[in-house]
Design a protein around this ligand. Structure first.
Ligand code: SF4
Ligand code: SF4
Length: 279
């Protein structure tokens, strides 16, 4: 098991990657199955319809495959049609066992023998190259390592690594139970990693998620506007619980106090198990 933390979080290892800032989750239908099916369709089409050395084919591909406002949650934010599966090999498509796993840029020069097609995407090569999301500044090394160890697939990884508040609050809730914030050594223990994995798993298909809850505490408030999601307890006029921060980080919407209690109970159980493992 590696002790190191990569400088950038986008492609941390050969098993998972993130495509959140290219628009992976910015779709009205963003569950895992639909997202993967969409990405696979587009990746196949890319190899059939476009070539990175042919600018005209890239422009045509973008016109055809870029999501329109009716498909997106944040309608004013572009979603790049060149986000696909970088471990997809068209020559092995028929014989491949299992589905591709690594999301990434199909027109990146590392993917295309140095030819760069990113100027035909939704930004340009400089923005694509330089952009690093807030997680790079906010997450501590031990927190990054925990996410890397506890999450092993791209769909969940992108949700977890771009949700630093969830990661931090999770460990603070553990500290409330054990009396100390778990340090790097504790967070490398297999039982702690497994228990943390169960906590992150909640994000994959959280049953209490609002329609735009895939963005966590960020609520869609217009074309490009966002607002901070209110605590479910505040909306229902009841007292807040410490675990409610995790609920809001998962984009929770509870219509009744009973629902809120059920949602809290699920969270409390996995946090308790993580705290037991971290003792
Ligand atoms: S959202 Fe962050 S981690 Fe994900 S691809 Fe973008 S910069 Fe990388
Ligand atoms: S061109 Fe830029 S925005 Fe589009 S997939 Fe590649 S890196 Fe992401």
């Amino acid at each position: 098991m590696s002790d190191t933390v990569p400088q950038t979080l986008c492609h941390p290892d050969g098993r998972k990657s993130c495509g959140a800032c290219c628009g992976l989750y910015n779709h009205v239908v963003h569950d895992e199955e639909a997202t993967w099916a969409r990405l696979l369709r587009r990746t196949r089409a890319f190899y059939q319809e476009a070539s990175v050395g042919d600018e005209q084919s890239l422009t045509k591909f973008r016109e055809k495959w870029e999501d329109g406002p009716e498909d997106k949650l944040l309608t004013g934010l572009r979603s790049c049609p060149f986000l696909g599966f970088v471990d997809f090999d068209p020559a092995e498509d028929e014989t491949r066992q299992g589905r591709p796993k690594q999301v990434g840029c199909l027109v990146h020069p590392l993917q295309n023998d140095g030819v760069d097609g990113r100027d035909c995407g939704i930004y340009d090569r400089f923005i694509c190259e330089d952009y690093l999301c807030a997680a790079h500044d906010v997450l501590r090394r031990a927190e990054i390592r925990l996410v890397l160890d506890a999450v092993d697939d791209s769909y969940l990884y992108g949700l977890a690594v771009t949700n630093p508040k969830f990661v931090r609050k999770l460990l603070e809730l553990v500290a409330d139970r054990t009396g100390a914030l778990p340090g790097g050594t504790v967070l490398r223990r297999p039982e702690v990693i497994a228990a943390a994995g169960r906590c992150f798993e909640l994000m994959r298909d959280w049953p209490y998620r609002a329609e735009d809850g895939i963005f966590g505490q960020v609520e869609v408030a217009g074309e490009l506007d966002t607002a901070r999601r209110k605590m479910p307890a505040e909306l229902l006029g009841v007292e807040e619980a410490p675990e409610d921060v995790l609920l809001v980080c998962m984009g929770t919407q509870c219509d009744t106090v009973e629902e809120l209690k059920e949602a809290r109970q699920i969270v409390v159980e996995v946090v308790d198990r993580l705290a037991d493992a971290a003792q």
